[in-house]
Write a protein that binds this ligand. Structure first.
Ligand SMILES: [Zn+2]
Ligand SMILES: [Zn+2]
Length: 244
């Protein structure tokens, strides 16, 4: 993976050199990963290079930077999705919504966490971000569609009660993808799993979410966690010490 100190920009096909398309100007998916804020939450912009429609996942902070990248690729934001309501993932919601008008989505089980933003902010010693109305509540089995892409919503409680992952399978509407992709929030990381000692966390639930849902996906699935580097389901199944 190519990493720059500022933003990390990659097209998915560059993650797997053996499958690299000969023409980098025609990527299979526009994927911009932007580690934002004090806790370096990975904000993801996922765009269709043909229609330029995109969704933004976890705009935790640094909305100017996110908007700059949306502008650089001339993307139209169709939805703003939160994998969960921790402050480092939702801090930029209000501002990004003001600029894009795109509906904001999260799972209903994380609404108490979202409304408790003052407590989360005090815990970290930072000012609380502006709260906004959540326009669409997500649940297991929902399908998000933008451009020629679709993502399945998978409810993965454990790190928080309303944690969700977005899964983009190959084939069908996602015909250009050569490998499935999952945006896993803070549930599964490269070599680790999410913490379960915060409000509403549960070790038993996170292990069930990972084993019964995430590890059921194909080994080739690229995992984009809420923090740190990307990995694959197969690699985590084989090497993640928390899944032994
Ligand atoms: Zn986080
Ligand atoms: Zn979190």
């Amino acid at each position: 993976m190519r990493q720059k100190p500022d933003d990390i920009l990659l097209f998915v096909n560059e993650m797997n050199p053996s499958r690299r398309l000969p023409d980098a100007a025609n990527p299979e998916m526009i994927y911009v990963k932007i580690p934002v804020g004090m806790l370096q939450c990975n904000c993801s912009i996922i765009g269709d290079p043909r229609t330029l429609e995109a969704i933004v996942v976890d705009p935790g902070d640094e909305v100017e930077r996110i908007l700059g990248l949306i502008g650089r690729y001339k993307l139209k934001v169709k939805a703003i999705v939160c994998t969960h309501a921790h402050i480092d993932h939702v801090g930029g919601l209000a501002k990004l919504y003001q600029y894009t008008g795109a509906p904001v989505m999260m799972h209903s089980d994380d609404l108490p966490l979202y409304r408790g933003m003052e407590m989360q902010a005090a815990f970290l010693g930072m000012p609380p971000p502006e709260l906004i109305e959540i326009h669409q509540l997500l649940k297991e089995g929902d399908v998000l569609q933008w451009g020629n892409f679709l993502a399945n919503v998978i409810h993965t409680p454990g790190h928080s009660p309303g944690s969700v992952a977005l899964y983009l399978p190959t084939g069908g509407d996602n015909a250009t993808l050569t490998q499935p992709q999952i945006f896993s929030g803070d549930t599964l990381f490269a070599g680790s799993i999410g913490r379960t000692d915060l409000w509403g966390g549960s070790y038993d639930q996170i292990m069930a979410s990972i084993k019964d849902k995430l590890l059921q996906l194909p080994d080739a699935t690229i995992v984009h966690p809420g923090h740190g580097v990307s990995t694959t389901i197969g690699h985590e199944r084989d090497t993640n010490p928390f899944l032994k």
